[in-house]
Design a protein around this ligand. Sequence first.
Ligand code: ITT
Length: 200
Amino acid sequence: KKILIATRNQGKVNEFRDMFTTLGYEIESLFDYPDLPDVEETGSTFEENARLKAETISKLTGEIVISDDSGLCVDLLGGLPGIWSHRFSGTDATDIKNNVKLLHELASTELTPKRRAAHFHCTLVAARPNHESLVVEADWQGRIANRIQGENGFGYDPLFLVGDSDKSAAEISQDEKNRISHRGQALKKLMQVFPDWAKD
Ligand code: ITT
C-alpha cells in the first residue's frame, strides 16, 4: 500500500509519514522523484491548486497521488496570506521570513484576541488515472501570537496559537498537532472514503 504525496515541503512529508504509517501505508514524496517538473500553482483557490498538483503528478507517474494545498488565513488581513502562504515574503521566502512578514503586517494594529483570529486551511485531493478525484477540506481555528514561540512543526506554527490557548502549534507535540490540525482533520475525512476508492 503505497501513496505518492505530491509535495516538496519537508514539513508536510513528515506529518503525512507519521499519520499514514499508523494507517499501514508507505509514503513517497516528490523528493523521491527529482526529475518530475514543478507543478505551477496557477489556481485561485486551495482546491484548484490541490487538483492541479495531484492530477498532474498522477498523470505523469500513473500512481495514486495525494496533494495538500494549505495555508494560514488571518481575519484582519482579509484571509491573507491564504493561498500565497508559502511565498508571502517573496520569491526567496523562508519560514522565518514569512513569519517576520506576518508580524510586520500586523504590527500597526492593537492585537486584541478577537482581532488576532486566524485559521489554517487544508484541502486534500486524491487522484489516480481514469478516476474522479476525491476532495476533502478542514480548518483549524486559532489566533496569531505577538512573537514567535516554540520550535516544533514548520511554516507559521510558531505564530499560530492553538484554539483559545496561549500555546503555539510549535509548542505542542507532533502527535498532538496531527490529531487536531487542519491536515490531521482533513486526512481523517479522506480516509473514510480513500480505501474503497483506491481498490482496483
Ligand atoms: P507543496 O506545494 O510542494 O506541497 P508548499 O509549501 O508550496 O509545498 P502550499 O502551496 O500548500 O505548499 O503552501 C502551504 C504553506 O502554508 C506552507 O508553505 C506554510 O507556510 C503554510 N502552512 C500550511 N500548513 C501548515 C502547518 O501545518 N503549519 C504551519 N504552516 C503551514
